[in-house]
Design a protein around this ligand. Structure first.
Ligand code: ATP
Length: 518
């Protein structure tokens, strides 16, 4: 009897605790679908028994391994794994989570290098204060958008002067291998060092040496503390590479939706399309043109549609996208390039021939276009560059005709001299973006004819002098251009006088007869 009482005494607190836990627990049936792995390999698993699974649903393979439903068939679900799938075998249990894939977002990601799931790759510890958001929220609807009218300074003179990028715009950077595509996009990120725009660089299937070069360029010349780098390497699971641009978009949208401004560089969508094709073939979807599944256009359209300039009612934030695409032998009419060209608001075409001739950035001004137009350009630059594109195009044609000799008319020589100076001024080294005022000065110098007196071989030194000395020697011009985007009469005169003095320095040192228009 005594021992029974003792037992009761010991059991009472324990029973109370259990009673409390039972009372606190939500009571009700909780169904969890359990499926079974039928086949697994190459980052893909075919799973049976998940009749209720939804598209893009996150599936739990146990042991911290996940995948998401990409293809729903009558008898199986095609699932894309988010890791290599090592340790997963046919017959393993899989359960649906009822949720879609989510990634961390927030200010804590700024200055960090992460994988597409937001896991740190930079060894700087956990991401602070992050919350989870789905990787594919719907794109802003039409009424939530505003016109694209405010510029994004890319710092690359040929882009800012001739094509102009606007906040909320999607501009494709396209060209053959190693033609400077990444460099142009990175310069746009570096150029945001002093702006209110945060940047996201997402590398999909890029060689680690290239990714390291990009990270180093941003760290050395840009504002790494306001940049997020998302990396999915070539040896990562195809699923991880596939979600990379979507996850990075979600991270960038966080700023757009809070009235902020973001720029995303997607490097590159050709590799993403190849991953999409690989996944589609492995999950037995029927191949279409060039063996891509029929939905590859839709995948990229719904991704890029998320770049937008939001209306004032929605906070007035913006997300600008610079997707990159690779061509083969300059073929812009291949399947993925044509898709992307028709989705985006313009394209910057980089030409291998120009690159090999030493014209860098190798932008082909004939085939490049911005469908948003000059509306987004700062007034001062728009006015200075108004006829530059036409002058340059005419020069290129004239140059071709005069290559065989003959035409020596003074007007023709004048045009050739002007055109060759435009070409020289458009040349630019990597990681050296210009400020807006410097661009206005350079374009004005060439278009007003002042630079005709600078020998062609001294043009790059002249441009360098503008970069180095303008801030100190033409402060009022810089203040007006960068503050108001335009120059009043006094400002224009001050700019002309300053450029005139600079030109004299360069033409004074010129060899006899230089600058007379070759
Ligand atoms: N304006 C430039 N001036 C001098 N060198 C440049 C310029 N732009 C690019 N380069 C050089 O050309 C090489 C290729 O550039 P980049 O990696 O940007 O090209 P890409 O088209 O992105 O290449 P990939 O096809 O490998 O992605 C690099 O070594 C880069 O430093």
């Amino acid at each position: 009897m005594a021992s029974e009482t003792q037992g009761d005494l010991r059991a009472t607190p324990w029973l109370d605790r259990i009673r409390q836990r039972v009372d606190a627990a939500a009571v009700g049936p909780k169904a969890r679908q359990i499926g079974r792995v039928e086949e697994v390999g190459d980052g893909i698993a075919l799973v049976s028994g998940l009749a209720e699974a939804r598209l893009d649903e996150l599936l739990d393979f146990g042991g911290g391994r996940f995948g998401f439903a990409q293809v729903l068939e009558e008898d199986h679900v095609g699932c894309v794994l988010l890791d290599t799938g090592e340790g997963i075998e046919a017959g393993d249990r899989v359960s649906g989570t009822g949720d879609v894939l989510r990634v961390p977002v927030g200010e804590g990601l700024l200055g960090r290098i992460v994988d597409p799931l937001g896991r740190p790759l930079d060894g700087k510890g956990e991401i602070a204060g992050a919350r989870l958001e789905p990787i594919e929220p719907p794109a802003p609807e039409i009424v939530a958008r505003d016109a694209v009218t405010r510029p994004v300074q890319t710092g690359t003179l040929v882009l800012d002067a001739l094509f102009a990028l606007g906040r909320g715009q999607r501009e494709l950077i396209i060209g053959d291998r190693a033609t400077g595509k990444t460099t142009v996009a990175l310069d746009a990120i570096i150029s945001q060092k002093q702006s209110d725009i945060v940047s996201v660089y997402v590398a999909i299937g890029q060689k680690s040496s290239n990714v390291r070069r990009a990270i180093e360029a941003i760290a050395a010349h840009g504002a790494p503390e306001r940049t997020i780098v998302v990396v999915a390497g070539p040896s990562d699971a195809p699923g991880l590479q596939w979600i990379a641009p979507f996850a990075a978009m979600t991270m960038a949208e966080y700023f757009r939706d809070r009235g902020g401004h973001a720029l995303i560089v997607i490097d590159d969508l050709t590799k993403h399309a190849a991953t999409h094709r690989e996944i589609a073939l492995l999950t037995r979807q029927s191949p279409g043109r060039e063996a891509y599944p029929g939905d590859v256009f839709y995948v990229h359209a719904r991704l890029l549609e998320r770049a937008a300039m939001l209306s004032k009612e929605r906070g007035g934030g913006s997300l600008t996208a610079l997707p990159i695409a690779e061509t083969d032998a300059g073929n812009l009419s291949a399947y993925i390039p044509t898709n992307l060209i028709s989705i985006t608001d313009g394209q910057i075409v980089l030409d291998a021939k120009l690159f090999n001739q030493g014209q860098k950035p190798a932008v082909d001004v004939g085939t490049s276009v911005s469908r948003v137009g000059g509306k987004t350009q700062a007034k001062a630059l728009r006015e200075a560059a108004s006829t530059m594109r036409l002058d340059y195009a005419q020069f290129l044609e004239l140059e071709m005709f005069t290559r065989f000799g003959g035409l020596s008319d003074a007007r023709v020589r004048g045009r050739l001299a002007r055109g060759s100076r435009i070409r020289a001024i458009l040349g630019q080294r990597p990681s050296r973006p210009y400020r807006l005022a410097e661009e206005v000065a350079l374009v004005s110098a060439v278009q007003s004819g002042l630079a005709d007196d600078v020998p062609i071989e001294a043009i790059s030194a002249f441009a360098e002098a503008v970069r180095e000395r303008m801030g100190a020697e033409a402060q009022e011009v810089v203040r007006q251009v960068e503050g108001e985007g335009t120059l009043d009469e006094a400002g224009e005169t001050a700019l002309r006088n300053w450029l005139g003095r600079l030109v004299r320095e360069f033409s004074a040192n010129a060899p006899e007869g230089a600058g007379q228009g070759r």
